[in-house]
Design a protein around this ligand. Structure first.
Ligand SMILES: [Fe+2]
Length: 243
């Protein structure tokens, strides 16, 4: 599967740092999925499915960059596009995946970037989709901190009122209401409100992503309350499950 994925991506310009980043992100999300599968004690089949989902979740990004020359999420839904080329156009057949997993994979990939997971009556599908969303967010935290892929250091504007209100309701921030650079920072911090598993909170806690992000910001004091809020939330979630 990895070999086939490499072959697929090699058709794109690997000298383009965006392509390279997406390739590495896919590999890292796969790794996080494997780690979570172990921590969550998934059975062999589910562990295999989440491993595939991790690797293929962003496959729509490569065509997106070629077609639109951007990664903008406003004009192009790379998740829906990825699910479409894999499962409607049959690209999945190149990846040596058991066809009985197609349906679960399609749901997970389609839902990985949605504001909320579609409501369906299928716990297994929901579980795989939730793990994938957690793994994706963990790697985005990593990209903003240790990998230094994205930088959010000097923020010279303010948090919009709508964004502040959503944040304080423990809601993740819909990209449609994001207006300022400060909003972007708040929406990254708010990822924690959309984390599903205690094990994912533990990774975020151990890696100190929020501290690391905070330390990078020049005028950090202005945002301290948001960081404190999110850190308390993580602690509460871990304690709640430990009880
Ligand atoms: Fe994605």
């Amino acid at each position: 599967m990895l070999k086939e994925f490499k072959e697929y991506v090699n058709e794109y310009d690997m000298n383009n740092h965006n392509i390279k980043y997406r390739y590495n992100h896919s590999l890292r999300v796969q790794k996080i999925c494997v780690a979570l599968a172990k921590m969550l004690n998934l059975n062999k089949e589910d562990a295999e499915i989440i491993k595939i989902a991790g690797l293929l979740h962003d496959i729509g990004r490569f065509e997106q960059l070629k077609l639109t020359n951007s990664f903008s999420d406003n004009e192009f839904d790379h998740a829906a596009y990825g699910a479409m080329i894999l499962f409607k156009e049959g690209l999945i057949e190149n990846f040596n995946v058991n066809p009985k997993y197609y349906d679960i994979l399609e749901f997970a990939i389609l839902n990985h970037n949605r504001f909320k997971i579609m409501e369906i009556n299928d716990e297994r599908k929901i579980m795989i989709a939730k793990i994938l969303r957690d793994a994706d967010k963990i790697d985005i935290f990593d990209a903003y901190t240790y990998q230094k892929i994205y930088k959010i250091t000097n923020i010279d504007d303010e948090v919009s009122q709508d964004v502040a209100i959503e944040f304080k309701k423990h809601e993740s921030i819909n990209r449609k209401i994001r207006k300022t650079k400060a909003d972007l920072l708040i929406s990254i911090i708010a990822f924690v409100f959309d984390i599903n598993y205690k094990e994912s909170f533990e990774i975020i806690n151990e890696q100190k992503y929020l501290d690391e992000l905070y330390n990078q910001i020049e005028n950090k004091e202005k945002f301290k309350e948001y960081f404190d809020y999110a850190k308390d939330y993580i602690k509460e979630r871990i304690d709640e499950y430990a009880r």
